[in-house]
Design a protein around this ligand. Sequence first.
Ligand SMILES: Cc1cc2nc3c(=O)[nH]c(=O)nc-3n(C[C@H](O)[C@H](O)[C@H](O)COP(=O)(O)OP(=O)(O)OC[C@H]3O[C@@H](n4cnc5c(N)ncnc54)[C@H](O)[C@@H]3O)c2cc1C
Length: 412
Amino acid sequence: MKDLVILGAGSAGTMMMNHLHNKLPKGWQITVVDKDPVHYYQPGFLFLPFDIYTEEQVKKPKSQFVPKNVNYIETGIERIDAGNNKVYLTNGKELPYTLLIIATGSHIAPEEIAGMKGSCWQKDVFDFYSFEGSLSLRNFLRTWKGGKMVIHITEMPIKCPVAPLEFAFLADDYFQKKGIRKNVELTYVTPLSGAFTKPTASQKLGYLLHEKGVNVIGDFNIAQVDNENKKIISYDGVEVPYDVLVTIPTNMGDACIAASGLGDDLNFVPTHHNTLQCKLHENIFVIGDATDVPASKAGSVAHFQAEILTENILAYIAGKPLKPDFDGHANCFIETGKGKGMLIDFNYKQEPVTGTFPFAGIGPMMLLKESFLNHWGKLAFRWIYWNMLLKGIAIPFISPKMSMKGKNVETV
Ligand SMILES: Cc1cc2nc3c(=O)[nH]c(=O)nc-3n(C[C@H](O)[C@H](O)[C@H](O)COP(=O)(O)OP(=O)(O)OC[C@H]3O[C@@H](n4cnc5c(N)ncnc54)[C@H](O)[C@@H]3O)c2cc1C
């Protein structure tokens, strides 16, 4: 038998096993490795702190998504020996492979910043990028009476780069509903010059922050969290005081990537931008947050990549040329509070613009504009994720490559 091994059974790894399990030629078998029995719907971590979702709504057993003909191993991955086509597992076993897909994602690393994971971690310094962090923050906010809340991004890239903005919009809404908005000073602190990475969207989203009375401090490169005096301090000496800090720590690829000598400074794997083949080894492919491609680290991106990577894995096995089809396509709903949302659709070359999606003129979704329907789209995404995306079922009318239909651009 020839072995296709998938490392990681999160969004991307699960989609890949479901796409491939009945498409591989005879003589191939799939083995998947993951250390964690629980699959988390990470976009739900945004809603947990505000009591919009419950714990149960954001998690399911991983085993529920594993096809019967896939060999699933629940253990840690220690390192990849790419020279000898082998993976070392933390249970002491070795796993040989013919073809490897790395889908080990990214995680928060608060220990990268002095003082961040200090005595006040999950007391008045919180994250909402992990299940535990999001829950602790929810429990804290339930009884918080107000003060200075600082929402902070440590450095890019981060998963779902719009999530911190969404957090600010939802916080404004949440404190208003609780009747304590006047007691809460919201400040958004970012290493970027504006609200977002792409200029047009940044302008619109920056305006929304302004409208909702959120102060913005840009170009802030954090040096340390001063737990005692409750302030964050930048390298150039700017100090921002807080009563509660909601931070997005450095996002990093898994330690097994570093141990394998396959990653960059942040343990992301250098990956061909359009074929998703590892730049160093031709029988290794990379998908989702684990890559270093300059696309958003998002479940929607993993979904588009999975459709393209499936074709390329089958082409590689058949000895055919790979298709350079991944264009960086990302499609993200942005929750803006008060039951409304925005939608952005973009790729490596085309920044988000206004228009309609997925149909020109008809929509029904509005691009880069607030609407109630976009909010419902965001909430419906959870059902689509559990019932379609993870199972490898394509979403009708939405192609992995970005379509220019309905987009208001003068030149493409
Ligand atoms: C707060 C928040 C909001 C978000 N909102 C959105 C959104 O609205 N829309 C959107 O599209 N995306 C959103 N995302 C991003 C999205 O969840 C991720 O981009 C997506 O889950 C990435 O999939 P992945 O498979 O690459 O990584 P993951 O889903 O994180 O999976 C990685 C898997 O690898 C396993 N693993 C890693 N290392 C090892 C090891 N050494 N041994 C064994 N197993 C290992 C892990 O256990 C995990 O199961 C959000 C993320 C967050 C945190």
